[in-house]
Ligand binder design. Structure first.
Ligand code: 5RP
Length: 232
């Protein structure tokens, strides 16, 4: 079992928020103890659903949201959207390697714009996409559902993938965040952390609950029980 070198982060996905009251929803979830706002951008091309773009990110910044905004781009091609989200105030931008013709260039574009960069791997996407970029990425996001919709069930084989990526991160000697997204709830977050993840995206498990603080606290309570040993 592995202990990441950084504290655990909980990142509610606003995909499951009430869009008619988005500013208020983001305020409420931050007041309830969220660390990061996860922002799912879907283009109805790379994934079969359509959500929101950089204008909504900018609107949240203008509204006063100063927490880190973690933008997950499910769009193809990706570079134009990267530029827009840098201007809109994104803190972290991740994208799928299949959506970029030049992965190294897209990562550099994000870094040059002052945000943290990362790659997202779908459940059946190979880890070989991480070859030759481990010196560059700040974050790796493993999808534990097929992207496009909230409220799906966690794909169990992700746990093996998390263990494999944790080994790659430890071998790199860099502080790279290992984020997992899809079907995360209080009853499985501990196992995901024990596999080596240190950042957890949860949409329906938080926004579908009447009490956001209770939902986040239940996850933190499970994380406090993680059986961990420093592996470095
Ligand atoms: O990226 C996503 C879907 O593509 C969502 O962030 C993810 O599925 C979170 O939703 P839930 O916690 O309800 O599974």
């Amino acid at each position: 079992m592995i202990c990441p070198s950084q504290p655990y982060l909980i990142a509610p996905s606003i995909l499951s928020a009430d869009f008619a009251r988005l500013g208020e929803e983001v305020d409420n979830v931050l007041k309830a103890g969220a660390d990061v706002i996860h922002f799912d951008v879907m283009d109805n091309h790379y994934v079969p659903n359509l959500t929101f773009g950089s204008m909504i990110c900018k609107a949240l910044r203008d509204y006063g949201v100063d927490a880190p905004v973690d933008v997950h781009l499910m769009v193809s091609p990706v570079d134009g959207m990267i530029e827009q989200f840098l201007e809109a105030g994104a803190s972290i931008i991740t994208f799928h390697p299949e959506a970029s013709g030049h992965v190294d260039r897209s990562l550099q574009l994000i870094k040059d714009g002052g945000a943290k960069c990362g790659l997202v791997l779908n459940p059946a996407t190979s880890l070989h996409h991480l070859d030759y970029v481990m010196d560059k990425v700040d974050q790796i996001l493993l999808m534990s559902v097929n992207p496009g919709f909230g409220g799906q069930s966690f794909i169990e084989s992700t746990l093996d993938k998390v263990r494999d990526v944790r080994k790659l991160i430890d071998a790199s000697g860099r502080d790279i965040r290992l984020e997992v997204d899809g079907g995360i709830k209080a009853n499985n977050i501990r196992a995901i952390a024990e596999a080596g993840a240190d950042m957890f995206v949860a949409g329906s498990a938080i926004f579908n609950e009447p009490d956001y603080r209770a939902a986040i606290d239940a996850m933190r309570q499970e994380l406090s029980l993680v059986n961990s040993v420093i592996s470095k």
